[in-house]
Design a protein around this ligand. Structure first.
Ligand code: NAD
Ligand code: ZN
Ligand code: ZN
Length: 384
């Protein structure tokens, strides 16, 4: 089959590899019809995630058709069109039982911090991902669901990660009616977080980035104020001024470990790798939220340490909430939001690109070319 193939930092290509097979009675094999590229994929594409092995296939946001079913699978049959949350969850461990599906204790038994994730290095379990014609999906009765017939496939594929992740970012912010919410990052996740903040009753939503076309898009898609951090001076001071020197009620970090904006963070976090990526957006979030406020982190950081202003967290009495999204928990609510017309997630998709051109697709998304916000890869077998 054709699959995305990681060759080393900044080098991916589409090439042939063996089709996956059922390895466990609870598996299904899926013929992929759509697979997105995520901001999280950029961290592995840039070589920042430990134990990303040459030859692996990325892709944790995908939908497709069930083509093989393990003998213990009860809820899926051949021909079903399914969406597959990016987390791999056993459904039985203490964490899955609390609906902490991203924190499953069984799907990545080599690690205590991270659960299994499709196509996200051996640090996250070594599972091949869905940027391919076929993919093996473990625990098929737990995470995946059959796509309701009234849900557009481009909306369905965004339900595997970015819409739920943005929504959970807003949810973890504990937003109260009238709150001022600042979202750092106007990528797909930040856009969804800003849009979702209104669902919780925010009174004012501000998004911060440095990419003008994304800021412009945010104004219409998320109905928020949008500022370029390269033209507002010190972003923390700017936000304090915007909030009567009080600080925002809630700050959301939707940037993660590759943040720009601080030479010190960039050199220590990205060039010298003395910390697990640059934590600039998280700094700004901690320093621009009000005393007693909440910082919600969905931007991804590595498993080792980062330089963050913990003293300010203590002295301001902040609450920090963070996680990988538990996609499965949110699906019923978010599907009903789509049905009721509150949101059409696919509005953020700017590119549909054949899987054969995966190398160009990564370059365009990574370098933020061609006004790219969200890219969907279409495998050849899904185009016939
Ligand atoms: N927790 C989860 O479950 C989860 C799920 C999906 C993605 N993520 C993470 O969310 C983050 C965003 O994902 P994405 O797909 O939107 O990525 P993206 O790369 O498309 O967007 C990130 C945006 O942040 C902007 N940015 C850089 N430095 C900034 C700064 N200092 N302040 C404000 N903005 C800044 C960039 O210009 C870019 O537009 C990534 O770290 C990704 O790994 C987490
Ligand atoms: Zn993702
Ligand atoms: Zn589990």
């Amino acid at each position: 089959m054709l699959a995305m193939n990681y060759r080393g930092p900044y080098r991916v290509r589409a090439s042939q590899k063996p089709e996956p097979k059922i390895e466990h009675p609870e598996d299904v094999v899926v013929r992929v019809t759509r697979a997105c590229i995520c901001g999280s994929d950029l961290h592995i594409y840039h070589g920042l995630v430990p134990d990303t092995r040459v030859g692996t296939t990325f892709g944790h946001e995908f939908i497709g058709e069930v083509v093989e079913v393990g003998s213990d699978v009860k809820t899926m049959k051949i021909g079903d069109q399914i969406l597959v949350p990016f987390n791999i969850s056993c459904g039985r461990c203490a964490f899955c039982k609390q609906e902490l599906f991203s924190n499953c204790h069984e799907s990545n038994p080599e690690a205590t911090a991270a659960g299994g994730i499709f196509g996200y290095s051996h640090t996250c379990g070594g599972f091949d991902g869905g940027q391919a014609e076929y993919v093996r999906v473990p625990y098929a009765d737990v995470g995946p669901m059959v796509i309701p017939s009234d849900i557009h496939p481009d909306d369905a594929v965004l339900l595997t990660d970015v819409f739920p992740t943005g929504y959970q970012a807003a949810e973890m912010g504990g937003i109260k009616p009238g709150d001022t919410v600042v979202v750092f990052g106007a990528g797909p996740v930040g856009l969804m977080a800003a849009r979702s903040a209104w669902f919780f009753g925010a009174g004012r939503v501000i998004i911060i980035d440095r990419i003008e076309y994304r800021l412009e898009f945010a104004k219409t898609f998320a109905h928020c104020e949008a500022y370029n951090f390269e033209s507002i001076g010190d972003p923390v001071l700017f936000l304090k001024k915007q909030t009567g020197y009080f600080g925002a009620d809630v700050c959301i970090d939707a940037v993660g470990c590759e943040a720009a904006g601080s030479a010190l963070q960039t050199i220590t976090g990205k060039k010298l790798m003395l910390q697990a990526g640059s934590a600039t957006a998280l700094h700004w979030a901690i320093n621009s939220v009000k005393k007693g406020g909440i910082v919600s982190i969905v931007g991804v950081y590595g498993p080792t340490d980062n330089l963050i202003p913990i003293g300010n967290v203590v002295n301001k009495g902040l609450t920090i909430r963070a996680d990988q999204c538990s996609v499965k928990r949110l699906l019923p609510k978010l599907i009903s939001h789509i049905r009721e017309g509150y949101i059409q997630p696919r509005d953020i998709i700017t590119h549909h690109i054949p899987l054969e051109e995966v190398s160009d697709a990564y370059h365009i998304f990574s370098a933020k070319l061609d006004n790219c916000i969200k890219t969907v890869l279409i495998p050849p077998s899904a185009r016939n």
